[in-house]
Design a protein around this ligand. Sequence first.
Ligand SMILES: NC(=O)c1ccc[n+]([C@@H]2O[C@H](COP(=O)([O-])OP(=O)(O)OC[C@H]3O[C@@H](n4cnc5c(N)ncnc54)[C@H](OP(=O)(O)O)[C@@H]3O)[C@@H](O)[C@H]2O)c1
Length: 328
Amino acid sequence: MRALVLHKDGDDVRSVIEEVEESRLPEGDVLIDVAYSSLNYKDGLAVTNTGKIVRGEYPFVPGIDLAGTVVESDSPKWQVGDKVILTGWSTGEARWGGYAERARAKAEHLVRLPDGMSLKEAMLVGTAGLTAMLSVLAIEEMHVTPDRGPIVVTGASGGVGSTAVALLARAGYEVAASTGTASAHDYLKELGASQIVDRAELAEPTSNPLGKARWAGAVDSVGGSTLAHIIAETMRHGCIAACGLAGGHALDTTVFPFILRGVVLYGIDSNTAPSEKREAAWARLAEAVGDGAFAGVDETISLADVIPYSKKIVRGETRGRVIVDVRA
Ligand SMILES: NC(=O)c1ccc[n+]([C@@H]2O[C@H](COP(=O)([O-])OP(=O)(O)OC[C@H]3O[C@@H](n4cnc5c(N)ncnc54)[C@H](OP(=O)(O)O)[C@@H]3O)[C@@H](O)[C@H]2O)c1
């Protein structure tokens, strides 16, 4: 099978497109013909050896998302010909990922491609879309309905943030998009944001543990002082889906918003989300794709293009979703 393989020589990592023996795939009961993968920021870091993403042994095949067709299965859950999606479970980090014509996975890690969605559309959604949808489902689960007030989305121009803006707007919420990217304002309004909040305003540490209640909920991909600020400004019984740390991992807050306003801080982990949650999220994502929620910017590249595009994504020079046609 053809694959993009990372080879480690001392501190250097080289990316090479080469033929690899299928027998080197990790253990698992399902063999998949991969049709599409995607390029995420994390993949860019892995390929350019910029961040400590790869935890598996080298040589290593990265690619955190993949979609394809089952060609062999030792599991009663999957039959030859089934169309499946694999995201999370350390795919492309500790287990070989989507940048190869074949992948082997554990049966319980796979999700069935929902009706009405193509394999390519599944990769248009990818981990970023799944994370955004799990965040929307968390807000809904906590009974934060659109009539309760605005939902703030931080890191709004990013992969998770921009998808959350589009999904929330389509679900009828008033969306405030918090961004530090001036050039993204029009794009975020096109996606459905009704107001833009300056990233710097929310990043400002707040001394008041119970500030003016502005938000019925939040999808926060920034963390740090931004998350602390939002917690202090969330309305009674509001829900904050905490899914990222683009601005920092520390959290300096108090218990007051939780015990005096009933604010819910809901952690989102798309990597190990249970199957029932994933399936519910993918079913809603199929509806959203059908409604055109993902009709933003996207580009399809070949496996060989992943190498130059990884440099671009790390430098912040790509926009929207990058889908990888692994057979091109
Ligand atoms: N929990 C999960 O399962 C899960 C899954 C996927 C990703 N994540 C995490 O979610 C976060 C977002 O992921 P992503 O794929 O959307 O990344 P991304 O495309 O790089 O977007 C991150 C966004 O955050 C904002 N940002 C960047 N640096 C910042 C800083 N120093 N301070 C404040 N804001 C900053 C930027 O948006 P603006 O320019 O619009 O402000 C940027 O576009 C990451 O921390 C990622 O690790 C978590």
